[in-house]
Design a protein around this ligand. Structure first.
Ligand code: NAP
Length: 287
């Protein structure tokens, strides 16, 4: 890139696999737009190389890294500090190198909350049904509980939903419902729900014909937020719109997690729309 200089600050992402990440496109577009002397690179880091990679971050004075699968949990003991959100969730997706002190942060769940709020939805007091109990569900459940939502968690593997619910209950001292995601339980949970959040990978490429919720359970007035972003319009969202529900796709959440990391590294307001355009373009070129 033409703007590289001796002062260029380096950011990047570590994960395995890493080939399909849209983060370099988003961040480099943002750096270029704001004229910042920064570059963002993808680094494939195998599990057994994680420790060396973090030592390399220190040695090379890399100013910021995003962390993706499979390192979000394993990276924690290699860092100097955690912000309260990363500590509570037990997962890091962003590292800030503050003059040699590596601080682990989490911008995934705040990206979700920011997206919800940008659509005028404030979680406090709302009945929110979370489908899934994997890595993404954990952060979302954590941040929604903190924001005062009334949560119900359903998952194919009921024990994982129960485990997540008791973790949240321990942190916030309030009990929440956890169930297996059978049709009957879904119908019960969705009765009177304000928001349904799909955090499962059901409906994601290549299985785009699948949906985690029967169409008949989707109601007008409900907001359906599918965090899957490939494709942007999943079968669930198509059926939600047809039922008169409001649909939110997963792309804004992805862009917000990047925008919030960008702000931590640069201290500048992220150009959200530029980052989103870059993500849309990167997503299209994947096809
Ligand atoms: P994960 O930890 O592997 O969890 C996967 C979840 O999906 C589990 O609850 C799993 O249920 C459920 N699931 C998978 N296949 C299923 C099936 N056939 N039927 C029913 N449930 C099924 O994955 P993750 O990291 O949480 O990611 C989940 C999805 O969120 C992915 O599509 C990912 O791309 C998306 N995501 C989006 C963003 C964003 O910024 N928009 C961020 C993170 C993740 P079991 O527990 O029963 O296996």
């Amino acid at each position: 890139m033409s703007f590289l200089t001796g002062r260029t600050r380096v950011c990047g992402i570590i994960g395995d696999p890493i080939e399909h990440t849209m983060s370099p496109a988003m961040h480099n577009a943002a750096f270029e737009t704001l004229g910042l002397d920064y570059i963002y690179l993808p680094f494939r880091v195998r599990r057994e190389e994680l420790q060396n990679a973090i030592a390399g971050m220190r040695a090379l004075n890399i100013v910021g890294l995003n962390v993706t699968i499979p390192h979000k949990v394993d990276v924690i003991p290699l860092l100097d500090k955690l912000d309260p959100l990363a500590e509570g969730m037990g997962a890091v997706n962003t590292i800030v190198n503050d003059n040699g002190v590596l601080i682990g942060c989490n911008t995934d769940a705040p990206g979700f909350l920011q997206t919800l709020r940008s659509r005028g939805i404030e979680p406090e007091g709302k009945k929110i049904v979370i489908l899934g109990a994997g890595g993404a569900a954990k952060g979302i459940a954590f941040i929604l509980a903190r924001a005062g939502a009334r949560l119900v968690i359903l998952n194919r593997t009921a024990s994982k939903a129960g485990g997540l619910a008791s973790q949240i209950a321990q942190l916030y001292g309030k009990s929440l419902k956890a169930m297996e995601s059978s049709e009957g339980n879904l119908a019960e949970a969705l009765d009177g729900a304000d928001v349904l959040v799909n955090t499962t990978s059901v409906g994601m490429v290549p299985d785009v014909g699948q949906t985690p919720v029967p169409a008949g359970l989707l109601k007008p007035g409900m907001t359906v937020f599918d965090i899957v972003y490939n494709p942007r319009e999943t079968r669930l969202l198509r059926e939600a719109k047809a039922a008169g529900a409001r649909a939110i796709d997963g792309l804004d959440m992805l862009v917000w997690q990047g925008a919030l990391a960008f702000e931590k590294w640069t201290g500048r307001e992220a150009p959200f729309e530029i980052m989103k355009q870059a993500a849309v373009k990167a997503l299209a070129s994947e096809k």
